[in-house]
Design a protein around this ligand. Sequence first.
Ligand code: 7TS
Length: 408
Amino acid sequence: MNINAIREQFPILHQEINGHPLVYLDSAASSQKPRSVIDAVKRYYELDNANVHRGVHTLGSRATDAYEGAREKVAKLLNAGAPEQIIFTRGTTTGLNLVASSYARSVCKEGDEIVITPMEHHSNLIPWQQAAKATGATLKYIPMQPDGTISLEDVEKTITPQTKVVSITYVSNVLGLINPIKEITRIAHRNGAIMVVDGAQSTPHMKIDLQDLDVDFYAFSGHKMCGPTGIGALYGKKSLLNNMEPIEYGGEMIDFVDLYESTWKEIPYRFEGGTPIIAGAVGLGAAIDFLQEIGLDEIDQHERRLATYAYEKLSSLEGITLYGPKENRVGLVTFNLEDVHPHDVATVLDSKGIAVRAGHHCCQPLMRWLNVSATARASFYLYNTENDIDRLADALLQTKEFFGHAIG
Ligand code: 7TS
């Protein structure tokens, strides 16, 4: 990977923030966008814009081709099989809510179980809390080891024949660890449960093969993988989607409407009521082209190198606590400096042009498990370099000094 050439393609990176060259270390919250994605959205609006799946006019069919072409790109990226198994959504949150509201609420009943983990992002936790409350099912948690990982032994103990749904994040947005999704899926299926995966932090960073993983649902967001905000997708197995009720009713999702009864289109359209996010899908398609041209395996390796470098470099600072396992982690490092609130850390770093996130990262139960109220987090992507991490480490030293605790 030629990082300089890659960085050249991201206009936003080439600016000064508070008098310093920008170091963007918040890609887990939202990634930056390459020129090709920005141009694809612009070109779509300048040349092809129209509504999809309706008019017979030329612009309408161009827009439809662009939108459906993006669906095919998503299906190929994830090795998802038939493109109708891809439903465009607003992002991971919308995808997970769709499964919890449509599938879980119709399948689960009292005595059934929904299994998740304490490391889940709120968008893979609250939908299941609500589905459990609505159906009388029990919400169960697979316990975590001291380093945050989950053991297959605990997975075996937690998932039972009463379990109807298991929903787990592939990659933790706080701990940077990768969960053994393929093995958990096998255990879920053996017990008759379906497997749902939160792919928000995995899709941008590693090669995903849904047919190999054999998961039943998989949700992700475009904006974390060089695409625009407001677009994402949910993969679902055809056999499940075909039997699910829509959760949004209106235009474009119907087959036949009468005064008192209506019927729905085939999948995926029955889940895409209203005018869809056409320009977003076009941008996501361009983002997929961009990532695939570089290669997801190369991106993955680059980020793992950065994560190892960052973990080692930061752990040598006195008074720092790093969260999550040392091994097998993806490109992010979550940490706290002794006696300095993470919001203060992020504020001082911003004054030096370095963007990191501070807070609970939409993982309040995980924060309680870690026994902290908040942390700081530096997250990396294909455009970050060792130099960015050196700048972070230097700035953290200065932060510590600024707050009157010189690091030895
Ligand atoms: N799941 C995980 C694991 C996430 O990291 C996020 C967003 C979501 C779901 C929700 O994605 P959305 O696109 O629907 O909002 N995570 C973060 C983060 O770590 N910092 O800001 C957003």
